[in-house]
Design a protein around this ligand. Structure first.
Ligand code: ARG
Ligand code: ZN
Length: 881
């Protein structure tokens, strides 16, 4: 484990290295305890650099066995060697020389899952961000692009399959049961994209003919016996390849494209050139073991990693400060792909819910950072919702400002101008400016300034003058180390809506740039005057969520109800109803705190019914509308002095009120939605299941609800319905005979399927209430649980701490104490996963004082532990600062 050096990396300190490594030849002789890696590097001194300049290579816990310079053993006096660095004090005077470095690794003991490690007896690698330096000494930074040739040697019985990046070359036997394979990747790439896989895996093969008629061999490799679970991923891959050709003109560039699924993986997946490595939960699926949400995730992540081939690999990042250059853009591309494959409106609502649930709290708390950060201590902690999801929103805003055609032309220019380069956000913005002639300098603040802007909006209508005025004021709250903010360029899509839901025409507008239904806010305050408006319209604001901002709108409830029924923008219609629900929940929360029992307006519960029964709306849309804001969503909107128990009570009460007001309709609809056709994972079928399962959740609150859910569980013919029923039983009827029976049955059926057992862990870890901490603690001893596997840890501990507000924030602090101990236990093996877990406490300052003090104690107990990793120390210290 790398302990913290306290070093802070700064964007302004960037300078190119004195040396380049145009060619990298690697030989791996694989064995679990003693793998030998021989790296032969062609090193080139950059032009203008003095001949004596020392060459400083990165390492991380390495054991050096041999080093030669131009074929001669290097003299110890000419070197400085530590496990974490190799310095060649006086490299040869020639511009180019050969460096041979031999290191010895123990992949079997590598539980941090960075560098070369073993997962289920398969050798695999994870190098982004700085894992390559755990394999050999190297200039391990993304602006060092090198052409790799890799030779892998292994025992044929142990590892019949030998894969690396690029195209396959020679292979054969070398005696004593050993064999070898050579791979060559003609595209220069940074070390973080290097990958190797060796093991005994099952293969699913297919092929794809590209737009120019080249045939590409496709392979997905999974644990033997699971081949039939890779069909959906293969289909998603081929659709992704076609889509990138059609939507962005991007063609695949190698002869082969391989994907490997492994069961121990720190993140979702990795876009290594020609050899993507995936967390198996984002590859393996069939109706018996995966939910509709799993299918959608697989489709999105397969696409995401594939799209990186152009946005990330062909054009990479100059340094890690530019991470959003590849991630924000690639998330935007995968969002667009899913929107085209499914329902655009539903996809957008789901994206915004995710952004609000994960990015908004980050932006509003101690871990806030700009989409392009200027400082980091540990880069692994910057693979965040801000870099990814807000990064995507920023690209979306660029498209809104430029329009679809100019956006596409700019992207063409980006690929043309920067192919083969390691680029920056400045390069990216300049492409859009050059191609469109627009000035994006104020807009660029979205990359540089942290925090979620807030817009305060009020409106007046002057009937005599036929004038409608919007008064809009922007503010950006302070964030760590940025107390003063500059004014941003915010593209705010809007609509004025009149009787019957028709758009209201206006004859003129002044006070802000208004183009194609978008108000361009650039100043602190805008008075936007619409003339020729006879009747007071309702205003639909931030349509399609055109900007990632919060709104404080002075809007009559009548208007909100009107928009929830009539807004022609599907996102905004959903938003209007969601706002009504949120307002009602916050009011109920306050009544609970004041010792009163809340009562909900009939027109609200009735509106829920009319949305549920509106056949003009997609099933999936109705399901999203009826899903109440979660406990954490409500807490975020309240903002301070949070008492999770009162929030939960408010939410339960509203759910019951909606169920009681619509019992008959919900029941009828529920029964009419039962699946009659054979299972299909497509969006329409998934939407029907989503609505039916949402209705089940409501109906389970009414008399006979436990029996209904138990019946749903028993008759389920797919995992979506089965897991939904199990969650309803466990959450709504905790400890009932029905719940206990279903949990036991599920456990028995799926005991040997770890990915399905993750669902069983998740459902139990999220059961609300004070008992949750004991449940979770007990489950850590379950035979299917392991502290060494990131998926298990995230399912049990991650779900408990980030998706169980009443359990985790138990008033006596026991949830926090258990959590702190567990984070430290995970950290011993895997600092990266521990650091990610620890972010669950990032909003501790918004809790009520009692819980706040206990959360702080838990954070301090982590901070005061000995030998903390750089990863965890960074998170905990920023959280406490
Ligand atoms: N680039 C990967 C992606 O597709 C994420 C890899 C992050 N890995 C890490 N150890 N930080 O988003
Ligand atoms: Zn990515």
């Amino acid at each position: 484990m790398r302990t913290d050096t306290g070093q802070v990396f700064k964007l302004e300190d960037y300078r190119p290295n004195d040396y380049l490594i145009p060619q990298t030849n690697l030989t791996f002789r694989l064995s679990p305890e003693a793998t030998i890696v021989t790296a032969t590097l062609t090193v080139e001194r950059r032009e203008g650099v003095a001949a004596a300049a020392p060459l400083v290579l990165d390492g991380d816990g390495l054991t050096l066995k041999r080093i030669e310079i131009d074929g001669k053993k290097a003299k110890p006096a000419d070197l400085l060697v530590t496990p974490d660095q190799l310095t060649i004090l006086k490299p040869p005077a020639a511009r180019r020389f050969q460096l041979l470095i031999e290191t010895e690794l123990a992949p079997a003991g590598n539980e941090a899952l960075m560098g070369l490690y073993r997962s289920n007896n398969v050798y695999c690698t994870q190098c982004e961000a700085e894992g390559f330096r755990r394999i050999t000494y190297f200039l391990d930074r993304p602006d060092i692009l090198s052409v790799y040739t890799v030779r892998i040697e292994a025992l044929r019985d142990e590892a019949p399959l030998l894969l690396s990046n690029g195209n396959p070359g020679d292979k054969g036997d070398i005696g004593d049961g050993w064999h070898y394979a050579v791979w060559h990747d003609p595209f220069p790439k940074p070390s973080y994209l290097f990958a190797l896989v060796a093991g005994n895996l099952g293969q699913v093969a297919d092929s794809f003919v590209t737009m120019s008629g080249r045939k590409v061999e496709l392979g997905i490799y999974v644990e033997r016996g699971k081949e039939k679970l890779a069909g959906y991923a293969m289909d998603a891959l081929k659709r992704s390849m076609r889509w990138d050709e059609e939507a962005f003109g991007r063609e695949y560039d190698l002869d082969v494209f391989n994907i490997v699924a492994v069961s121990d993986f720190n993140m979702g997946a990795m876009e290594n050139k020609g050899l993507n490595i995936f967390n198996d939960k984002y590859v393996l699926a069939d109706e018996e073991t995966a939910t509709d949400a799993d299918f959608a995730n697989i489709e999105a992540i397969i696409a995401h990693e594939y799209f990186h081939n152009w946005t990330g690999n062909r054009i990479t990042c100059r340094d890690w400060f530019q991470l959003c250059l590849k991630e924000g853009l690639t998330v935007f591309r995968d969002h667009e792909f899913s929107a085209d494959q499914r329902s655009r409106a539903v996809k957008r609502i789901a994206e915004v819910r995710t952004l609000r649930a994960h990015q908004f709290p980050e932006d509003q708390g101690p871990l806030a950072h700009p989409v392009r950060p200027r400082r980091y201590r540990e880069i692994n902690n910057f693979y965040t919702a801000t870099v990814y999801e807000k990064g995507s929103e920023v690209v979306r805003m660029i498209r809104t400002i430029l329009g679809a055609d100019a956006f596409r032309a700019s992207m063409d220019l980006y690929f043309e101008r920067h192919d083969g380069e390691a680029a920056t956000i400045e390069d990216f913005i300049k492409v859009f400016e050059d191609a469109s002639g627009r000035d994006l300098s104020q807009f660029a603040l979205w990359y540089h300034q942290a925090g979620t802007p807030n817009l305060t909006v009020s409106s007046t209508h002057n009937a005599a003058a036929q004038e409608f005025t919007l008064e809009i004021e922007q503010s950006v709250p302070p964030t760590p180390s940025e107390s003063r903010k500059r004014l941003m360029h915010i593209p705010l899509a809007f609509g004025l809506i009149g009787a019957g839901g028709k758009p209201v025409a206006y004859s003129g507008v002044e006070g802000a740039g208004v183009e194609d239904g978008v108000i361009h806010l650039r100043k602190r305050r805008h008075m936007v005057r619409f003339s020729g408006v006879a009747e007071r319209p309702a205003v639909s604001l931030n349509r399609g969520f055109s900007a990632p901002v919060t709104l404080s709108v002075e809007q009559k409830a009548d208007d909100q109800f009107f928009l929830a029924r009539h807004d022609s923008d599907a996102f905004s219609r959903w938003q209007a109803f969601n706002t009504l629900l949120t307002d009602a929940l916050i009011a109920a929360f306050r009544e609970f705190l004041g010792g009163k029992q809340p009562v909900f307006a009939t027109r609200l519960t009735e509106l829920a019914g009319s949305i549920a029964g509106d056949d003009t709306l997609e099933h999936a849309y109705r399901a999203l509308a009826l899903a109440l804001p979660g406990d954490a969503d409500i807490a975020r909107d309240i903002g301070k002095n949070i008492d999770p128990d009162a929030i939960h009570a408010a939410r339960q009460t509203l759910a019951l009120a909606i169920a009681m007001a619509n019992a008959e309709l919900f029941s009828e609809l529920y029964h009419s939605l039962a699946d009659k056709a054979a299972f299909s994972p497509d969006a329409a079928s998934a939407g029907r299941r989503a609505l039916r399962n949402t209705l089940l959740d409501y109906l389970s609150l009414l008399p006979g609800g436990a029996a209904l859910a138990a019946g749903h569980f028993q008759s389920a013919t797919n995992m979506t319905d089965r897991a939904a029923a199990l969650a309803v039983l466990a959450h709504r009827h905790h400890a009932s005979p029905e719940a206990n029976k279903a949990l036991a049955a599920f456990e028995k059926t799926y005991a040997s399927d770890p990915l399905v057992m993750d669902k069983w862990f998740q459902i139990q870890a999220s059961v609300p209430g004070p008992q949750a901490v004991d449940t979770v603690r007990a489950l850590t001893a379950h035979p299917a649980f392991s502290m060494a596997n990131p998926n298990r840890v995230r399912s049990l501990i991650g779900t408990f701490s980030s998706a169980n507000q009443t359990g985790f924030h138990r008033a006596d602090g026991e949830g926090y104490r258990f959590f702190a101990q567990t984070v430290l236990e995970v950290e011993k093996r895997n600092p990266q996963v521990a650091a990610r877990l620890a972010t669950a406490l990032r909003s501790w300052r918004s809790l009520e004082p009692g819980r706040q003090a206990k959360a702080r104690e838990a954070l301090l107990s982590i901070a005061n532990a000995e030998n903390l990793s750089a990863d965890l120390r960074d998170i905990v210290e920023r959280t406490l600062a």
